[in-house]
Ligand binder design. Structure first.
Ligand SMILES: Cc1cc2nc3c(=O)[nH]c(=O)nc-3n(C[C@H](O)[C@H](O)[C@H](O)COP(=O)(O)OP(=O)(O)OC[C@H]3O[C@@H](n4cnc5c(N)ncnc54)[C@H](O)[C@@H]3O)c2cc1C
Length: 396
């Protein structure tokens, strides 16, 4: 079958990638009536749960796209984060007083979030070209000529005025534009698992356990039908992890890092994974006719569940500025967007790095200092509210 890309010659915007960031950008650009071609190198979206938290600010910015009712129907509302060490609560972060209509974190697996964004695009008749891989871009007097690899080793060229790289952490768009990705690798690895288990804490809480072995997060997840039963997400830092952790690995983590909570009993391991993580930021997110959003622009620790949220917000904030540049040739909005989003990404990297490091203090003195600092934040409502609003990304 001939791909639309083989007959098409030009567009205003080429979006590379159809993860949550690319889907959110496409929805906003469609709404603003901008001509877009969107490609993804995979024949279908990944069907794994990955990012599981949607914060208040993300729900707010997605309202105009019309997807929030579906997200709310599939997610579960969690109004409390608690930082714990053994049985002790070191800090309670309550979202019930944040200045938003959504006074909670919404737990919703990433594949579900992507399916909802995708369904809305389909309802608007928008097509994603896949599999279609962005290979390279060269400059021409009228824009950029993108080379795309299609299935069966066929190729296509597309003249575009703008390219937006929403193509994840190994972004080819970023590489082609010669933009460095500055930062470092975490020494430790992350384990991730979705399980059905008996768990003694409330399902209205995300628990962050600090322990000398590392950080562990236990968060309730909805069932695919949106119901709240006994499904949980577990994320933990470990010195080295098996490629696919098994039930015993997860039970050991629960036993070691929530020692007095319960004898952990996992009934079903739905999905597990492990990965190396980095904290990196693109040195520019706007260079000539190239823009970067989401993981292509920044990656960091999953502590606080900020990754996908920041990416979607990059995209939604970009859309009107890009429309302005296309319609009036005015690039001021894009320059401002780039400055603001790099600042947001730097702040997110700093906060998630601090949360990850705070979990594993080097000495008992550092631990005492940490506990005192957390105790102080928890005892001053102003600071507690500020932190809740920051995690909900309401300052952005
Ligand atoms: C195992 C795992 C667990 C995670 N857990 C969490 C979590 O708990 N909390 C959290 O906040 N975040 C988590 N993340 C991170 C989160 O998934 C990302 O922040 C989010 O997916 C970023 O969205 P994105 O659209 O920017 O990039 P991606 O989701 O990476 O999407 C990029 C898209 O671009 C496509 N693409 C790439 N290269 C090309 C090319 N050359 N041409 C065409 N298409 C291309 C890919 O196929 C993909 O569809 C996790 C990630 C992983 C891998």
């Amino acid at each position: 079958m001939e791909s639309l890309l083989q007959s098409m010659r030009q567009t205003d915007v080429l979006i590379v990638g159809a993860g949550p960031t690319g889907l959110a950008l496409r929805l906003e650009l469609e709404r603003l009536g901008i001509a877009v071609v969107q490609v993804d190198k995979h024949a279908a979206g990944l069907n794994t749960s990955r990012a599981a938290v949607i914060h208040a600010r993300t729900l707010e910015v997605l309202e105009p796209c019309g997807v929030v009712p579906a997200l709310l129907s599939k997610g579960i509302e969690v109004p409390d984060f608690r930082v714990r060490e053994d049985e002790r609560v070191l800090l309670h972060i309550g979202f019930d007083e944040i200045p938003s209509r959504y006074r909670y974190a919404l737990m919703c697996p990433q594949n579900q979030t992507e399916a909802i964004l995708h369904a809305e695009l389909e309802a608007r008749g928008a097509i994603i070209e896949r599999p279609a891989e962005f290979l390279s871009a060269t400059e021409s007097p009228d824009g950029l000529i993108a080379q795309l690899g299609l299935s069966g080793e066929r190729k296509a060229s597309l003249l575009t005025r703008w390219i937006v790289g929403c193509d994840g952490s190994s972004s080819k768009v970023r590489e082609q534009a010669g933009i460095p990705f500055v930062g470092d690798d975490y020494a430790e690895q992350f384990i991730l698992a979705d399980v059905h288990m008996r768990w003694p804490l409330s399902r209205r809480e995300v628990s962050l356990f600090f322990s000398s072995d590392g950080l562990m997060v236990v968060a309730p997840l909805p069932e695919p039908d949106g119901a709240s039963r006994d499904r949980y997400r577990i994320v933990a830092t470990v010195p080295s992890a098996p490629a696919v952790p098994v039930i015993e690995d997860i039970e050991t983590l629960l036993r070691e890092r929530s020692p007095r909570m319960a004898t952990p009993q996992i009934d079903v391991l739905v999905w597990s994974s492990s990965f190396h993580l980095q904290h990196r930021i693109a040195s520019q997110v706007f260079k000539h006719r190239t823009l970067l959003c989401g993981d292509a622009a920044h990656v960091h620790s999953p502590a606080g569940g900020q990754g996908m949220n920041t990416g979607i917000q990059d995209a939604v904030a970009l859309a009107p500025r890009l429309a302005q540049a296309l319609r009036y040739g005015n690039l001021t909005g894009l320059t401002e967007w780039a400055e603001q989003r790099r600042q947001v990404a730097s702040d997110v990297i700093r906060m998630t790095h601090a949360m990850t490091r705070m979990a594993t203090p080097g000495s008992s003195f550092e631990r005492a200092l940490r506990d005192a600092a957390l105790g102080l934040v928890g005892s001053i409502p102003f600071l507690q509210h500020k932190l809740a609003a920051r995690i909900a990304e309401l300052g952005n």
